[in-house]
Design a protein around this ligand. Sequence first.
Ligand code: SF4
Length: 401
Amino acid sequence: MTETYFQKGFNLKAAVGPVLAQSYHSSVVDRLKELGHEARAGDLSLKLALEFGFCYGVDRAVQYAYETRQNFPDRRIFLSGEIIHNPEVNGRIEAMGIRILPEAADPAGRYRDVQQGDVVILPAFGVPVSEMEHLRGKGCLMVDTTCGSVLNVWKNVHKYARDGFTAVIHGKHHHEETKATASQALTHEGGHYLCVRDRAETTVVCDFIRGRLGAGEILRRFAHAVSPGFDPVRDLARVGLANQTTMLMSESLEIQEMLRAAMAERHGEADLPAHFRAMDTICSATQDRQDAVLRMLGEGGLDLMVVIGGYNSSNTQALARICSDRLPTYHIDSASCLEGTAIRHRLTGQHGEVRTAPWLPEGPVRVGLTAGASTPNNVVGDVVTRLLAVRGRTVADLTAA
Ligand code: SF4
């Protein structure tokens, strides 16, 4: 029987490795690492977080996309949405002739142009169960790059549903990963989910659990973030918490504690295990990047932070949030955001880009740098190069701090 589902790539790392290195490697980043992540050029000091940029899941997904092109040179190849939330990487994937399919109201709409024998790559975030089933029915070849850490969340959500617990997912209900995760709750009869984005939304859910709010208010507030047929009275009696893998760890822990306290008040401490479960499903790569930036901020001595990553990248947004609590922070998605003495950037918690000029203080300045899990090193290196250029310096001027 012909194989139609591939989850482990095509063993072509040796073939695609040089192209990947050429596309995403950065000698500038290598230089900063050689200097111990801290360097200076004139009165500009740079400090790069110890953990930043591409995570293991993204590395693997991007490699598999390149391997897929190599393995099927003559087939039409599609990608379910962006492979990761980085405009440059997605641009390179498209340049290889891989077509990115935007979201649609249903699987039939999204995969309208996909035919039997075509290849469809599933991104690191995974896709909803309904899309997997639709693609199986089409007889196309699937290259599944869903990250192991996302699969781990799915496993936990499955267990919740199997045991009669509604999955409360700390995540953005419109995010690809959260949609895919939520769909897993529906694979068991009677399974349900509700997505909470932050503490404010969790407070609403807790108010309902404590009997301070009616079911109608929950249905109104979470209309787009609950499973079909959701009944707050029935479906919030037993809940299990899971997280989108890239959320802010500290917030996830607070949300866990908020829900635990509300359920304990409602059902009593003794009965709590029958009504509340929690599983920390923030992935280790997200955790490492958040820890590294917290450590860097804790060490002090920085004047501002530059956070590099796609504007729709959830983990980059979380890094920017951590930084903006402590220092002036500029979330940029590429080196092109640095325009001489001006910078285009996304303000934390807001949509769209703003332009600030001037943004770099005169005289000695210490800039902290980090990048989200979907940001390749070449983008980080380009940012450093431009930053140095603003001060009339080059990479050759970098010396140990
Ligand atoms: S951020 Fe975490 S879950 Fe997402 S692809 Fe990377 S390692 Fe996997």
